[in-house]
Design a protein around this ligand. Structure first.
Ligand SMILES: [Zn+2]
Ligand SMILES: [Zn+2]
Ligand SMILES: [Zn+2]
Length: 158
């Protein structure tokens, strides 16, 4: 996956993400309720990871205030279904760009504009797993978060 271009038609991203989610949940018999769907749509409102409180604000603006536990439960569901990743370094959530495939995400996170791109190189994941195995460590979850500056923000920097 490449870094999102600022002028790309983001409606397509949202549309595709929701369509994929609906299909996957249907195949698995998982219930994508209106509320879960709306939370997913909000997570996908941009390619910037979004915090739970920003999500709650957006739901309040919908005129449908939601209690924090409900939002966290919706997020847990979306993470379980592989539709959303949680980025620990930001304590924020980002829509998965290729749900339905087993993968461990690697994220490039721009510290200036906040945009994030998901990479998924099986070779990177395999190298990390191998190193963990050498240590006798059993990997349960592998998310790599890489902080830095995207190409565009480097241009803007003096
Ligand atoms: Zn987009
Ligand atoms: Zn992903
Ligand atoms: Zn940037």
């Amino acid at each position: 996956m490449s870094f999102p271009h600022p002028e790309h038609d983001h409606r397509h991203c949202v549309h595709d993400a929701l369509a994929r989610a609906e299909r996957l949940c249907q195949e698995r018999g998982a219930r994508l309720t209106d509320q879960r769907r709306r939370v997913l749509e909000l997570v996908w409102q941009s390619h910037r990871p979004l915090g739970a409180y920003e999500l709650m604000d957006a739901l309040r603006k919908d005129g449908k205030p939601v209690a924090p536990p409900t939002v966290y439960r919706a997020l847990d569901f979306l993470i379980e279904q592989g539709l959303v990743h949680r980025l620990a370094s930001l304590n924020a959530y980002i829509g998965c760009e290729h749900p339905g495939e087993r993968h461990s995400g690697q994220f490039l996170i721009c510290r200036a504009c906040g945009l994030s791109a998901e990479l998924s190189d099986p070779a990177v994941a395999a190298a990390l797993s191998r190193e963990a195995e050498i240590q006798g460590f059993r990997v349960e979850q592998q998310i790599v978060e890489i902080a830095g500056l995207c190409a565009r923000c480097q241009e803007d920097a003096p």
